[in-house]
Every structure is written in structure tokens, then in C-alpha cells.
Design a protein around this ligand. Structure first.
Ligand SMILES: N[C@@H](CCC(=O)N[C@@H](CS)C(=O)NCC(=O)O)C(=O)O
Length: 201
């Protein structure tokens, strides 16, 4: 018996958990849930997460935990990916909150509209409206990564996992990464970590 993760690996929020599990060698059961087929809106899933969102972690005793970055913090407890230092740990959380408020709502949504909906004319204005905010978030990351190897301190943390998820597929949302050499080098450093697993195609 082990923890269960409900996820759809086309989603960066779900892929974060898959990536962490590989890096830490965590034993787990992965249950594939198909968002595009409406499975997150069915009663069986809503009974586990009223918010109807993936990913979702279910513990052996039946308790469930939603929100990708909360799940990372739960599964990453006592690993080198969470700094012991109080300030660095809070900085890691700051990047994770940044990811959810200033990065994902632009880059993940633009990617969804383009890659999964095929950029229909009815969503074109919304897609365009995401570009400026996405580039603002990428510029904030570049400012740090032009002068440091990792987002926090001198080693990889959960902050890097959270932000890797949608940054490495940002081009699928129309964001060309060439103007961000610090980000490109950082993506390569994450991909070279032992236990790294790519997002499946
Ligand atoms: N803040 C949440 C976002 C989760 C989220 O938006 N999940 C999307 C996929 S990326 C989802 O499950 N959508 C299905 C739906 O809304 O029915 C997290 O970080 O886990």
C-alpha cells in the first residue's frame, strides 16, 4: 500500500508531482484521470476533491490533498529539495506562490488554449492577453537565473520543480524562450538531475 496520485500528465500541475516522485524515487500509485473527457467533473472524483481539479494526492488512510504545490511540500518533506534554513524555505514558498499567481495563469492558460483547444478564433483575444503577463513572469525568473544556478540558494528546491513544469513547455503557449538564456541554461540543469523524468508527449 502506498500513496495514490490522481493526475493527467498533459497538465504541468500534475507533471510537477511526477517529476518530484522520480527525483526522490518515491513509491506511489498513479491513477490517470482524463480532464478533456470530463472525468474531473464526475461525482466519483468530486467526492475526493470538491474543487474538481487535478492533481490530487490520496493517502493510505483516505485523506486527500489538493493543490500541486501543497502536494510537493507534503511529499518533499525532509528531502534535500526543501531547505532547512527558515528564510530559504520561505523564499522557496514565495516562488511557488509566484508560480500560481504570476506565471501559471498566463503561460499555462495560453498553452491550454493553443495546444489543447487549437487556438480557436473565439479564444484568440484571451490568448493574446496572456502574452504580456507571461513574459513579465519569465523576465522575473531570468533576472534571478542570469546570476544564479537555482531559484533559491545554491541547490535545487521545490521552487525549481514548480516553475520547470510550465516553463519548459512555454513555447506551446506562444512564448519563445530565446531572449531568456538564463532560463534555458536552468532548464538544462534540471533535465540533468539524477532521476529526472520528462513530461510524456
Ligand atoms: N492551483 C491548482 C490548479 C489545478 C488545476 O487548474 N488543474 C487543472 C489542470 S492543470 C484541472 O484539473 N482542470 C480540470 C477541471 O477544471 O475540470 C494546482 O496547482 O493544483
Amino acid at each position: 500500500v502506498t500513496v495514490t496520485i490522481y493526475g493527467d500528465l498533459r497538465s504541468g500541475n500534475c507533471y510537477k508531482i511526477h517529476l518530484l516522485a522520480g527525483l526522490l524515487g518515491l513509491e506511489h500509485r498513479w491513477v490517470a484521470v482524463d480532464i478533456l473527457a470530463g472525468e474531473t467533473r464526475r461525482e466519483a472524483f468530486l467526492a475526493k476533491n470538491r474543487n474538481g481539479k487535478l492533481p490530487l494526492l490520496e493517502l493510505e488512510d483516505g485523506r486527500c490533498l489538493a493543490e500541486s504545490n501543497a502536494i510537493l511540500n507534503y511529499l518533499g518533506e525532509a528531502s534535500p529539495l526543501i531547505p532547512g534554513d527558515r528564510f530559504l524555505r520561505a523564499e522557496m514558498l514565495a516562488w511557488q506562490f509566484f508560480e500560481q499567481y504570476s506565471h501559471e495563469p498566463y503561460i499555462a492558460v495560453a498553452r491550454f488554449i493553443n495546444k489543447f483547444l487549437g487556438l480557436p478564433e473565439t479564444r484568440r483575444a484571451e490568448f493574446d492577453s496572456k502574452q504580456e503577463g507571461g513574459h513579465r513572469a519569465l523576465a522575473v525568473m531570468e533576472h534571478r537565473l542570469a546570476r544564479a544556478s537555482w531559484l533559491v540558494g545554491e541547490a535545487p528546491t521545490l521552487a525549481d520543480i514548480s516553475l520547470y513544469a510550465y516553463t519548459h513547455v512555454a513555447h506551446e503557449g506562444g512564448f519563445v524562450l530565446d531572449p531568456y538564456p538564463g532560463i534555458l541554461a536552468w532548464l538544462g540543469r534540471i533535465e540533468a538531475l539524477p532521476g529526472f523524468s520528462p513530461m510524456p508527449e
